[in-house]
Design a protein around this ligand. Structure first.
Ligand code: AMP
Ligand code: MG
Length: 405
């Protein structure tokens, strides 16, 4: 039997309530395209040109007028010009064909290209097969992007594809939001940094590296606050400093119910606690609030819970604060390759591997303290609270690659 846990907030309502409170940054700057990876567009981009700018050949082959072709037999046409990619073209003389290469502009008058493998060369002429259709192997002007088209909307985080597309329309600089400054602080007297010896009772601070990397991957700026001792004074001092220096604060640990947990009380002292304790496993002790108007997300200390609450709750808010679009969490139905006969009341996010057949295999140990379980997982699978799972049941599978994107 599982026990009811009153006061736990459903994940969806928590996310909605927190997103509601997030006010996107307005500060923008103009940045060269080459430096724009990971930045969020502050203005939509319209194309000033057609891409491609002219009809061009999709093949190495021969350009021709289909009106010059025999009806039901091969046609011999003399060659009148040779057009390489990048060369200027001139009108195709009637009754002739042009040697043409991939990407070269179609000469005015030509309306089809035949690939060279289908053509027989015959001195200064070519013999073309029957059955050539108008438009064949021609990439029309504006096929990819047309002039005046909105190519990318504001709020889009610029990834390699977006940078390539912007280059294809000749953009040299973009107006983006200034990256958020995110303070990361880890609470816990037991924490030491890698490089230091471990004394009895101590563990290495893994959350700090985890969160730093997650923030960097978002293209945001880190404000290093470091580790904070488990005292009310140290916690308040660190949070005060973080709220002075950053646009948003991420903490780990110290949000549970023990008397060594000071983050929640410190938030209440310095600012406002907005919500605390979510109906999920792992990640229950998540807290959120604000200090001097600076939003704060208090992630649990257990690294598994820290990553899951970061992905499901903090990251959507960080995106909104950064001015980026916030897509709904992406999931696909996948078959459970296991059974679960005992239900729990909380929604459980299992760390799982979904194989190429679409079957979900949970990592053997689901302890929230284990970070390495995520090394062997490619996503999370949701078992809704109160449900048992028979083998073959469809569960929502959330790929980590989309969750952390
Ligand atoms: P807490 O939420 O502070 O009660 O911590 C819960 C568990 O997470 C404890 O076992 C902590 O030792 C562990 N923990 C807290 N912070 C970190 C951290 N930064 N890196 C690794 N483990 C941590
Ligand atoms: Mg602690």
């Amino acid at each position: 039997m599982s026990c009811e846990q009153p006061g736990l907030i459903p994940l969806e309502s928590a996310r909605e309530a927190l997103l509601e409170l997030c006010i996107p940054t307005r500060e923008t700057w103009v940045c060269p395209l080459a430096d724009a990876l990971g930045r969020v567009l502050a203005e939509p981009i319209r194309s000033q040109i057609d891409v491609p700018p002219a009809d061009n050949s999709a093949m190495d082959g021969y350009a021709l007028r289909t009106s010059d072709l025999e009806d039901a037999a091969p046609t011999r046409l003399p060659l009148s010009q040779r057009i390489a990619a990048g060369a200027q073209t001139r009108p195709l003389a009637p009754g002739t064909a042009a040697r043409i290469f991939t990407g070269a502009e179609i000469p005015p008058g030509a309306d089809a290209v035949v690939m060279q493998e289908q053509v027989t060369e015959d001195g200064d002429a070519v013999v073309l097969p029957e059955g050539i259709r108008p438009g064949q192997n021609i990439r029309p002007r504006g096929q990819d992007i047309s002039r005046e088209q909105e190519v990318i909307a504001a709020g889009r985080r610029l990834d390699p594809v977006a940078l390539g597309v912007l280059a294809s329309i000749g953009i040299t600089e973009v107006c983006v939001y200034r990256p958020l400054r995110v303070a990361v602080l880890s609470t816990g007297d037991e924490l030491v940094e890698p490089g230091q010896p471990l004394a009895p009772g101590q563990i290495y601070n893994s959350n700090r590296y985890l969160l730093q990397a997650l923030i960097r991957e978002q293209g945001m700026e880190l404000v290093e606050i470091g580790s904070v001792a488990d005292t009310r004074e140290a916690t308040e001092a660190a949070l005060q400093r973080a709220s002075d220096e950053a646009d948003v604060i991420l903490t780990t640990g110290g949000v549970s119910v023990g008397e060594e947990d000071h983050v929640r009380a410190a938030i209440e002292q310095l600012g406002q606690l907005r919500l605390w304790r979510i109906n999920i496993k792992p990640g229950k002790p998540f807290a959120a609030g604000e200090i001097n108007g600076v939003p704060l997300f208090g992630l649990p200390g257990n690294p598994g819970g820290a990553l899951i609450t970061f992905a499901l709750l903090a990251l959507p808010c960080l995106k909104k604060l950064q001015g980026a679009e916030v897509p709904a969490a992406f999931s696909v139905p996948a078959k459970s390759g296991f059974s679960r006969t005992k239900a729990i009341t909380r929604d459980e996010y299992l760390r799982v591997y979904c194989d190429s057949e679409g079957v979900i295999h949970p990592y053997a140990n689901q302890s929230s303290g284990m970070l390495s379980a995520l090394l062997h997982s490619n996503g999370l699978a949701l078992i809704p609270g109160g449900r048992v799972v028979a083998e073959g049941t469809l569960l929502d599978f959330y790929p980590l690659s989309s969750l952390l994107r």
